[in-house]
Design a protein around this ligand. Structure first.
Ligand code: F6P
Length: 320
């Protein structure tokens, strides 16, 4: 390997800058050249490629977002796009490429590996929904951001003796919802993995809780499970308890990364370059059962993750 390229792809996540910085500085320390690719695969196809020095990543570890910027790229799903991307890597001498993103981004890396570009993926998403790893860059920051925001909603909810529905992100996965549900002591967690959601049960529960002396009622709703605003109207009508919906939205993706996100991202960034230097390709770095590991991308993409039913049951029990 002579030149390492690095890009961030898909939704941004706090800690991506720490991973880029680690890739850049590890590669430079081994005498390699580093090229940064702006705006993910979209930028690669448009040859938005810059040289990166150690100083270019100074003062970035504590910043949210990704200074290389990111994009979702449809063209990279086509064979034509993949061929073009591989040819551009070759044109710029990029013989090792580190892709920081989610499953969709790894699928692109897999195609490039088949076309002769050595690729290593690093899991970066606030959703925690990557099968091969227990940790993804950005989840820790996002879940703490959401938790703090929900604490604030709870304050006002208690003052007014209201019911609050708080919608968190996570796409098709309920990790943010489940973790916040436990950390914020929510009465109900609605998440895609639990299909038995029954609005009448929630309504009955709110009435029962009121009788038991509860001053407020927090429902964490993973995005995509019903419409929080209309659900709030229906709950208010049925219970007579004022109900408000809060959609946390993109604030969950921003902000300075936590210590955990900075440290894990730094180690994964360094590992990605080490793997390239060992001649490895088509691999994804992960953290599983307390260890940093790497998997073949084909294997990683086929790995499924299931949310812990035990954790969900604990959340329910503790909502007494
Ligand atoms: O994958 C990260 C994520 O923030 C999801 O939680 C959410 O569903 C999606 O991205 C939102 O995408 P966009 O920023 O394109 O609206």
């Amino acid at each position: 390997i002579r030149t390492v390229g690095v890009l961030t792809s898909g939704g941004d996540a706090p800690g991506m800058n720490a991973a880029i910085r680690a890739v850049v500085r590890t590669a430079l320390s081994k005498g390699l050249k580093v090229r940064g690719i702006r705006r993910g695969y979209h930028g690669l196809l448009r040859e938005e490629i810059i040289d990166l020095s150690a100083r270019d990543v100074s003062d970035t570890i504590q910043r949210g977002g990704t200074f290389l910027q990111t994009a979702r790229c449809q063209a990279m799903r086509t064979e034509e796009g993949q061929q073009k991307a591989a040819a551009i890597c070759k044109k710029y001498g990029i013989d090792g490429l580190v892709v920081i993103g989610g499953d969709g981004s790894f699928a692109g890396a897999q195609k490039l590996a088949n076309l002769g570009v050595n690729t290593i993926g690093i899991p970066g998403t606030i959703d925690l929904d990557i099968g091969c790893t227990d940790y993804t860059i950005g989840f820790d920051t996002a879940v703490n951001t959401a938790m703090e925001a929900i604490d604030k909603v709870r304050d006002t909810s208690t003052s007014h003796e209201r019911c609050s529905i708080i919608e968190v992100m996570g796409r098709d996965a309920g990790y943010l919802a489940l973790w916040c549900g436990i950390a914020n002591g929510a009465e109900h967690i609605l998440m895609p993995e639990e299909h038995d959601f029954n609005e009448q049960e929630i309504i009955d529960d709110i009435m029962a809780n009121k009788k038991r002396g509860k001053k407020n009622y927090i429902i964490i709703n993973a995005e995509g499970i019903g419409d929080s605003i209309n659900m709030a109207k229906r709950i208010e009508e049925a219970t007579g308890i004022e109900t408000r919906a809060t959609i946390l939205g993109h604030m969950q993706r921003g902000g300075s990364p936590t210590c955990k996100d900075r440290v894990y991202a730094s180690i994964m960034g360094a590992m990605a370059v080490d793997l390239l230097c060992q001649g490895k390709t088509n691999r994804v770095v992960g953290y599983k059962d307390g260890k940093y590991v790497d998997f073949d991308i084909d294997e990683a993409l086929s790995m499924k993750k299931t949310i812990s039913q035990y954790q969900y049951n604990v959340a329910k029990t503790l909502a007494l």
